[in-house]
Design a protein around this ligand. Structure first.
Ligand code: ADP
Ligand code: ZN
Ligand code: ZN
Length: 704
């Protein structure tokens, strides 16, 4: 007798296969089993999703047989399947796409023999030696945060200044959970593991007493084999702590009791292709369902978000009482008896500075003083390359990209013009391509030119040892090679660099002890951006960058954060000066509430790409008109705005358009999107939109 199974296989969202497929199997298989099944002429990995009642001979003739089972692997849990199902529904993607993307790719290619070999553990290591790591005494704020966390059940937001010791709180919270229950597992997520290589060793050391390989990493920088190994260890329950990036939110962890999301405001938690999920939001959801589904009495599965500048969504949730708020406002002093304080913020009013200068004289002077004292400075601006454009002053030619609606950036180092959107690169022309003038010149500044410029400006300054200052640059160009970033950071840590120039890449997360000056060269763009989240991102970037300065208490009295701006009185900078995140958040939330924007309203973007802009826009508008005709928008609960070109309208010769859909109700927006999906598919089939290249829905977009 056959068993009828609904099996989920990988299917792109836009294929005809949206739901699970029916297969038969001679032996009964539990839900959640990993199997190999025929699909067309291929054999693919699948997950048993549902068991169907016996429906007799009819199905028997039409359905194919399961080709094999991944022997020895326990089935994926009901909670894991619920998480995947929710993600697919909420972010409007197919179940198969989400489910299979959440599994390590190598699982697909493994033979039974290979899998058996991997599952064989050398020795079941169940030693639970007590921890021997000597723990530092907690600060009063850390002690209070942990105590409060312990007595609540809501999602918690640890609002802790940079340097207040959030990591230690995560470690203690994790240790508590792991000790209380010998099977418990903890998931710790960070935005970018490569930027914080120290973090993994810190966790490994702290939990070394739990036994071998109890702490594993899960991120895209691993080899497929490493990733499979970590995944299997987590799935089998052997790994007690998983440290990973956003993808780790889908790790199969049968005994998950705590999720930590460090730097929860970081945009990299939002996946930007395929299913555009927010790993932070899913972590909160996962904690909820893990609690509901726990079979025996574990107490709740908790989630702990942490940031010095929380997302306004999480902040608002604490104001509304849905999340618990834990506050740590003091920096940890490096030496006893000293008080580590946050850097003094200095605004340079660029209206009163020499027109041509990129670095205003008072800032230059402050940098020179640091060099002379043997202290480090960190200078960042938002554009890599030498100059954002190359221009001809005779005819007005500019180095536009022929394939994008953007300028190519001049990179002096190899004398190229590079498009940062499509990658199109050409040697710099000898003369203006349009009028032949040989006097074409760079306009504006990128990191490369700033580095060169600083070297000139500081030429007369001497370090304490009488040597000239050592200037270095870190950005996407200097860190292309594997290991380059690590070695560059190491030389900053070792004190081999006096002035570090870079993009916002350097403002994040590094614990630079000897930096006493941080400067933002041109932050104004974000103040008047069409993206309502730009001020939030700028504020958080500046607070983080400032957090780089003066981490070492010996210097922190004199550490400074400089901001060059044409709008020194802007409320954002006023709040920054006072290190006043709550004040900044209150301003922003008031504006957003008045405008019905997140977190007071909900939105989705539908993006479309085509060779011609009118096809992309036409498709979106036609689908919206159809939604209107079918009365899908409810009683005006959902608003779909007319399609518009995206800010960078053309990339690699592809025209891009987007449509914003808004509602004051999350549920209404979700209902609308679910009903609208099939309409979008149908519209796509119409003859006039045949040339559309692709479209996709982005729910809760983070950039507009
Ligand atoms: P955050 O993540 O909040 O910016 P970190 O966790 O990086 O802060 O901590 C800042 C520094 O303070 C780190 O070097 C850390 O080792 C140290 N630290 C944390 N807690 C304590 C403590 N209780 N006693 C002494 N040093 C601490
Ligand atoms: Zn010209
Ligand atoms: Zn381009």
């Amino acid at each position: 007798m056959s068993n009828w199974l609904q099996i989920v296989v990988a299917a792109p969202a836009h294929s005809a296969i949206a739901g699970p497929l029916t297969y038969q199997s001679e032996s009964p298989l539990p839900v959640g089993s990993l199997v190999r099944v025929p699909l067309g002429r291929r054999e693919v990995l699948g997950v048993v999703w549902e068991i169907l009642p016996d429906s007799g001979a009819l199905l028997e003739m039409q359905t194919r047989h399961v080709a094999g089972v991944l022997e020895g692997l326990p089935p994926l849990s009901a909670t894991w399947r619920k998480l995947v199902q929710f993600t697919a529904g909420y972010y409007q993607r197919s179940l198969g796409e989400v489910a299979l993307a959440a599994l390590p790719p190598q699982l697909r290619d493994l033979s039974s023999v290979q899998l058996a070999r991997r599952l064989k553990r050398p020795v079941a290591d169940t030693s639970h030696a007590p921890s021997t790591a000597s723990l530092m005494a907690l600060s009063p704020e850390q002690t209070a945060a942990i105590a409060e966390f312990d007595v609540d059940t809501r999602p918690a937001l640890l609002f802790g200044a940079t340097g207040s010791g959030k990591t230690e709180v995560y470690l203690r919270a994790a240790a508590r959970v792991l000790e209380q229950d010998p099977a418990a597992q903890v998931l710790v997520m960070v935005p970018e593991i490569n930027l914080t290589p120290q973090l993994q060793s810190r966790f490994e050391e702290r939990f070394a007493h739990l036994g071998k390989e109890r702490v594993v990493a899960l991120h895209s920088g691993l080899t497929p084999a490493q990733r499979l190994k970590s995944w299997l260890a987590a799935h089998a329950g052997h790994a007690r702590l998983v440290l990973g990036t956003r993808m780790a939110v889908f790790a199969s962890m049968p005994n998950l009791r705590l999720l930590v999301v460090d730097e929860e405001h970081d945009p990299s938690y939002k996946q930007q292709e395929g299913a555009r999920y927010s790993a932070r939001d899913l972590a909160v959801y996962r904690a909820k369902i893990e609690t509901e589904d726990a079979t025996h009495d574990h107490g709740p599965c908790r989630v702990l978000l942490g940031s010095a500048t929380p997302s306004l969504e999480s902040w608002q949730a604490t104001l509304a009482g849905r999340y618990q708020r834990l506050t740590m406002s003091e920096r940890i002093a490096a030496d006893e008896g000293e008080q580590a304080s946050l850097p003094t913020v200095r605004r340079v009013d660029m209206n009163h500075q020499p027109k041509q200068g990129v670095i205003a004289p008072p800032l230059l002077d402050a940098i020179a003083q640091r060099v002379a004292r043997g202290e480090q400075s960190l200078i960042f601006l938002n554009r890599r390359g030498y100059a954002p454009v190359l221009a001809c002053h005779d005819c007005g030619w500019k180095s536009e990209c022929p394939h994008c609606s953007a300028f190519r950036v001049f990179h002096k180092i190899d004398r190229t013009l590079r498009c940062h959107h499509c990658g199109y690169t050409e040697r710099v022309p000898r003369a203006c391509p349009s009028c032949g003038n040989i006097d074409i010149a760079p306009v504006g500044r990128g990191t490369e030119r700033l580095e060169e410029h600083l070297a000139e400006l500081l030429a007369g300054v001497k370090r304490p040892d009488g040597e000239p200052p050592r200037i270095a640059r870190i950005d996407a160009d200097t860190t292309r090679l594997k290991g380059a970033l690590e070695s560059q950071l190491a030389s900053v840590h070792a004190g081999e660099i006096d002035v570090l120039v870079g993009t916002q890449m350097i403002a994040k997360g590094h614990d630079f002890r000897h930096i006493t000056l941080v400067a933002a060269i041109n932050p104004d763009g974000a103040l008047f951006s069409s993206d309502f989240r730009a001020p939030e991102r700028l504020f958080s970037l500046l607070m983080q960058a400032g957090g780089r300065a003066g981490r070492d208490a010996r210097h922190s009295g004199a550490s400074e954060m400089w901001v060059q701006t044409f709008h020194p009185a802007h409320p954002l900078f006023e709040a920054l000066k006072k290190h006043d995140y709550p004040g900044f958040a209150a301003q922003q939330l008031a504006e957003r509430e008045a405008a019905g924007m997140s977190p007071f309203g909900y939105s989705a973007l539908v993006r479309a790409e085509a060779r011609a802009q009118d096809v992309a826009q036409g498709f979106l508008n036609a689908a919206a008109a159809q939604a209107e005709a079918q009365q899908l928008t409810g009683d005006g609960q959902v608003t779909a705005y007319p399609a518009v070109p995206m800010t960078i309208q053309r990339v690699a010769n592809i025209e891009r358009a987007q449509m914003l859909v808004e509602s004051s109700s999350r549920a209404a927006l979700q209902r609308f999107l679910a009903a609208w999906q099939p309409v979008l598919f149908e519209t796509r089939q119409q003859a006039e939109f045949k040339s559309l290249i692709r479209w996709a829905i982005d729910v809760d977009p983070i950039a507009i």
